[in-house]
Write a protein that binds this ligand. Sequence first.
Ligand SMILES: Cc1cc2nc3c(=O)[nH]c(=O)nc-3n(C[C@H](O)[C@H](O)[C@H](O)COP(=O)(O)OP(=O)(O)OC[C@H]3O[C@@H](n4cnc5c(N)ncnc54)[C@H](O)[C@@H]3O)c2cc1C
Length: 324
Amino acid sequence: MKKYAITIVGAGLSGLACGRRLQGEGMDVRVVEKSRSFGGRCATRRWGDHVVDHGAQYFTVSAQRFRDQLDDVLERSALRKLSGSVVDACSGAEIPAKSGERYYYAPGNNRMGAALADGLDVRRETLVESIVSSGDGGWRVAGERCDAVVVTCPWPQAAALLGRDSAEVEYVPCLTGFFEYEGVWEGVAAKRYAVMASSSDDPLSWSACENWKEGRVAAGKTVFVVQMSEGFSREFYKKEREVWLAKARSLLEARWEIGGKTLGATFAHRWGYARLGEGAKRLPAGEVEGMPGCYLAGDATSGSRVESAWLSGLDVADQILAGA
Ligand SMILES: Cc1cc2nc3c(=O)[nH]c(=O)nc-3n(C[C@H](O)[C@H](O)[C@H](O)COP(=O)(O)OP(=O)(O)OC[C@H]3O[C@@H](n4cnc5c(N)ncnc54)[C@H](O)[C@@H]3O)c2cc1C
């Protein structure tokens, strides 16, 4: 097998899983990431005395290959099942996870990205602005030549680098908020983990009590996360955060019967490209048409789930290795 120099654009889970597999097979790998963190949209932050997932809330473990990866890469004891139920906002009926269980990573879901990145050369805070031919069969990315490049960003960002139409795969925004309340975890929040809206007309798509994630919320407090619908997120994306947080708060308090509790801190995050739109087409994971040695992975190819995005990175790594 030839030893290729490979640049991966994006240190989300797909890019890191791809890079780790390629490096494990002897390839010379460099990952370039525009932000300071690992894990991309599988994002977590320390917020006051709490640790909250402001990107992916939980993940499924359906495929054996993914299960094996988690065993290889993660601290097994930190992988936890969410014991609380997810219920439908209208009917109140329980919504089972497609693969039976929902998992979270105890130190923070983004720590999975950090675990994958361990031992990889990741250049953080480096924005890739272009991917151009090096003139000798390779590519130039972020000032360096490589034999192959793997692009893993959300399609609108990937399309800009690949000279393609950003409308080919629709991504939708999501406004996400956190609300901290004084007092112990009780009432409705002690009976269910999350409420999901089945109708896109419902502005509150997802609301959940973070206290169900062990060790995440400081004693004596209750923390809720909300994710607003596509319509609401588009309408309020550019408005002052106080405006939409106030609306989100009243929807949350009604849904979770929170009346009378004292609100502490709030936190807001705007995801411009949160996930694929409903019914959006997916592109094939693999070499980009007309660009030999330039590959696409990530959720534009797999659908917006942690598990499938991670597996898309492995799939592309397999394709590169098969051709080397
Ligand atoms: C609010 C929210 C909630 C979600 N909830 C769930 C859930 O509960 N369960 C679930 O399974 N999935 C969930 N998802 C979806 C899941 O998080 C994503 O599908 C998955 O993490 C995508 O991984 P990725 O590697 O394909 O992309 P990303 O994680 O987006 O990684 C791409 C990386 O590329 C970087 N990048 C972009 N452009 C450039 C550039 N030009 N130069 C350098 N770097 C660049 C980005 O900073 C990013 O780190 C959620 C997503 C969001 C936003």
